[in-house]
Design a protein around this ligand. Structure first.
Ligand code: 5AD
Length: 431
């Protein structure tokens, strides 16, 4: 099972290296290995995550060779842009046109696209987003695995099923041996190159222990580590970085100050943003975003969230669908429809041609076709769930999560089949 293609080191300039993949060159940062030109490595998220043996690399490259070019061809074919709709609004076409050249679009223009209810325009929007993704990012698709290791949470987020006020939920917390076992399995048996460690804000996992966990993971399993454990004391994040974590998944949830305060009685937007700035300063890769379809959220607010994430220097956009949870104060509200969220993701691709866009599990939970549709509308990243089956159902942030009750093997097979059918390589080659 390969989620990455080994690359050959072409040149080294301090900790920035150039890697060759079948004639294509990419850059990646090397923080962990002593490398020489000619070595083989795996890169993920713009970082070298593993150095590999030449013989092993050549064997793997041999199996990839034909497929690598085949997938590219399929992708180019499926992402061609042609306008077979003669009567589209000129203003709409102007925006699309500029975006396809990689030019930035304004807040007003983005809003114009998101508010469109014309099915022909929506169709062209999705196709353009897919074209832009192909043109600027190629066919690489990140496939990360997420381990939800504790549903204990101190927070009171009014949309979230694991918020501390929900007393009807059975709580769980994996110990470090269990987490290490899941990671080792993910990396060694299933071949994952990127993993996300996620939990509620659980004080029983002491900062010291998490740093130790990160170190142990780096020692035992070469993998790109995302932390998604919420707000902790500032010094923790620098120390976790020093221990080997390289990315954080940390949503700001909404950039609308009033809405933020209503939804998060325990915290402030300003504090949330301060964390994101801190992560950036430390050097983390940032995955962030908000919830789409929150009660009281207008389309303007969604566009503001996109612009806000872009201005923050977000590397991977994680914009999920709000899904009402029955045991929360927002239980009586409706989820937005899938089409609206898909449209929003395509607009996001026009706003940022270069960032990674994640298809969230929440969107996938709404509609079994959503992953394919999002990938065909500008997205280029997915996450599979590695949480052990005895616990995954208890990580009940919203009801009917798509990956509950599905084995890791099945998720991998399903994802690879889909990616192959649309010409995407389950890889993340670097920048
Ligand atoms: N619907 C969708 N996403 C939710 N999250 C929490 N509750 C919900 C919900 N009801 C998301 C939050 C958080 C992530 C871990 O889960 O955005 O950042």
């Amino acid at each position: 099972m390969c989620y990455a293609i080994p690359g050959n080191v072409k040149s080294i300039a301090n900790n920035l290296i150039t890697i060759d993949y079948f004639g294509e060159e990419r850059k990646a940062r090397n923080d962990f290995y002593n490398l020489r030109v000619g070595d083989y490595v795996y890169a993920q998220g713009g970082f070298v995550v593993q150095k590999i043996d030449e013989k092993d690399a050549e064997e793997i490259l041999d199996t990839w060779k034909e497929l690598f070019f085949e997938l590219k061809e399929t992708d180019v074919r499926l992402s061609k842009l042609y306008n077979d709709k003669p009567n589209l609004d000129k203003n709409f076409l102007k925006i699309i046109d500029r975006a396809t050249y990689g030019k930035s679009i304004s807040r007003q223009e983005a809003l114009r696209l998101l508010l469109s209810e014309d099915p022909d325009e929506t169709d062209v929007l999705h196709k353009s987003a897919n074209f832009i993704r192909q043109k600027f990012l190629g066919n690489a698709c990140c496939v990360h695995g997420i381990i939800e290791f504790s549903n204990i949470c101190n927070c009171l987020c009014t949309y979230c099923g694991i918020n501390s006020a929900n007393t009807s939920l059975k709580r769980f917390s994996l110990d470090h041996k269990e987490i290490l076992d899941v990671v080792a399995d993910a990396v060694k048996r299933f071949g994952f190159k990127g993993i996300v460690l996620q939990s509620g804000e659980d004080p029983s996992h002491k900062s010291e222990d998490i740093i130790d966990l990160v170190k142990k993971i780096r020692e035992n399993s070469p993998v790109f580590i995302f932390l998604s454990i919420g707000e902790r004391e500032e010094a923790f994040y620098q120390r976790a970085f020093d221990a080997g974590a390289r990315a954080v998944l940390f949503r700001f949830e909404t950039s609308d100050q009033n809405l933020y305060s209503k939804l998060h009685p325990h915290s402030s937007l300003r504090e949330r943003i301060r964390y994101l700035e801190l992560f950036k300063d430390i050097g983390y890769i940032i995955a962030t975003g908000s919830l789409i379809g929150l009660p009281g959220q207008k389309a303007e607010s969604v566009i503001n969230d996109f612009m806000f994430a872009k201005d923050l220097g977000c590397d991977m956009y994680s914009f999920g669908t709000f899904i009402p949870h029955p045991d929360t104060p927002l239980s009586s509200h409706d989820a937005p429809n899938t089409e609206y969220v898909l449209k929003a993701l395509s607009v996001l691709r026009l706003i940022d041609p270069y960032g990674k866009i994640l298809v969230t599990t929440a969107l996938e939970s709404q509609n079994p076709q959503a992953r394919r549709l999002a990938l065909m509308g500008g997205a280029n990243s997915i996450m599979l769930n590695l949480t052990p089956k005895d616990y995954v159902g208890l990580y009940d942030i919203y009801p009917h999560r798509a990956t509950v009750d599905v084995s890791v093997e099945y998720q991998i097979e399903d994802a690879l089949q889909l990616l192959k059918s649309i010409g995407r390589a389950p890889t993340d080659l670097g920048i």
